[in-house]
Structure formats: structure tokens, C-alpha cells
Design a protein around this ligand. Structure first.
Ligand SMILES: [Zn+2]
Length: 219
């Protein structure tokens, strides 16, 4: 995995991150941030319907609010990454603040789900000084995205159009099954978009992988 990581931009300052996976195969990794939320089970039903694996970057505070849903995501075989504890905007924050927030989420995932993530995604996609040491301390590779659906504001068809237009071999797609750490977020546009995106990409001959699989096809 680290062979891909060193290709990331800004890795010397902000820690290693990846933006896409192996481009030699018709594989796409679909990822969901800011969960778990009350609507995550509905999303999992759609993923299951199409037999699609996915990666969920979850927030520690949401996991403590909805531990059963976090465990259900893992039990269904989806990959779980660390998306911080409180979803802070980390620019201008101290290295110790960043370390503590991700450490708390890492501990919550370990205690609740029983696994130790090796992937993390920066809240708002904003990395900062302090990420590098935090990632080294916690053993986390940063995962950005090739395509972001802007699903927090666009209607379902616009989300779908954005993703389908940009999808290529090795794309990492970023969508959201929550909204920061809010209770009962409305993710209905995302849910509807996913119902259209999955069959359209399968129809084009793509298959779906977790982020780990798309970075390390041999793993
Ligand atoms: Zn987020």
C-alpha cells in the first residue's frame, strides 16, 4: 500500500495520502464519510442489492452514538476507516489536537467494532501540519478521492451525473452517509444517487473494490 502512498502530493508536509488506486483494471472504490448515521442501514441495503463492497470513513462520536450500526457495517464486510472523532476543521490546529482527535476515534473503533483501521480521511479533505506525525503514530494512510459527489448539496441526478462523468479505472469516489456529527442527517439525495450510480457503472463493465483492494490488488 505504501508504494502507492509515496506518490501522493504534499506527503512530505502533511503525511502520505492517495487519490486513486490501480488504474490497470476496471475497478472503482466507493467510499462514504461522516457515518454511521441512522440512514446507513438503508444504504447498506442498496450496496447489498448490487453486491458492491465499500469503505466507510466513520467519525468516533457518531460510532458512540450508533454503535450497533457501526458494528453492522463491519459485520456486513465493509471496510472501516478513521474520519476523526469530532469532524474538526484541522487547519491552524495544533499537532496535539489533531493527534488526540484521531486517537480518540481510533480507540472508539477498536473498542466498538474490534478492529484497528489502517486508513484515514481528513475532515473536509483539509490536511495540516500534524497529520504526518499523527499518521505515523497511529499507522494510518491518508485517503483522498478522485471524484467527490458534492452530495451534501446537489440533487440525486446531479450527484449521479458528476460521478459517472468522472469515473475512470482506479477512481476513489467520495460520498456521505452522514453529515458531520449531526443526529438524523438527511442523506436522501445520496441514497437515491447511489441507486443510479451502481447499476450504471456495473453496466459500463466496472467492478467495485474496497480502498485497500484497489490500492493493493494482490493483497
Ligand atoms: Zn467528513
Amino acid at each position: 500500500m505504501l508504494a502507492h502512498a509515496v506518490r501522493g502530493r504534499s506527503s512530505r508536509l502533511f503525511g502520505p495520502s492517495v487519490w486513486r488506486g490501480d488504474t490497470g483494471r476496471k475497478a472503482i472504490a466507493i467510499t462514504f464519510d461522516d457515518g454511521p448515521s441512522e440512514s446507513t442501514p438503508i444504504l447498506m441495503d442498496t450496496l447489498r442489492e448490487f453486491g458492491v463492497p465499500a469503505t466507510f470513513f466513520q467519525c468516533g462520536s457518531n460510532i458512540r452514538r450508533l454503535p450497533d450500526i457501526a458494528r453492522a457495517v463491519n459485520a456486513a464486510g465493509y471496510e472501516i476507516g478513521n474520519h476523526s472523532d469530532s469532524h474538526p476543521l484541522c487547519c491552524f490546529r495544533s499537532a496535539s489536537f489533531i493527534q488526540n482527535d484521531f486517537q480518540r476515534a481510533q480507540q472508539t473503533i477498536e473498542d466498538t467494532v474490534g478492529l484497528t483501521p489502517s486508513l484515514m480521511r481528513a475532515p473536509f479533505g483539509v490536511r495540516w501540519f500534524g497529520y504526518r506525525s499523527m499518521q505515523e503514530q497511529l499507522g494510518l494512510l491518508g485517503v483522498m478521492w478522485t471524484v467527490i459527489g458534492r452530495d451534501w448539496k446537489l440533487p440525486a441526478q446531479a450527484i449521479c451525473d458528476r460521478v459517472l462523468k468522472a469515473a475512470r479505472n482506479g477512481s476513489i469516489v467520495c460520498l456521505h452517509d452522514g453529515r458531520f456529527c449531526r443526529t438524523r442527517p438527511d442523506i436522501s439525495n445520496t441514497l437515491e444517487a447511489v441507486k443510479r450510480i451502481l447499476p450504471a457503472l456495473l453496466e459500463r463493465g466496472y467492478h467495485f473494490e474496497t480502498v485497500t483492494q484497489i490500492l493493493c490488488p494482490q493483497a
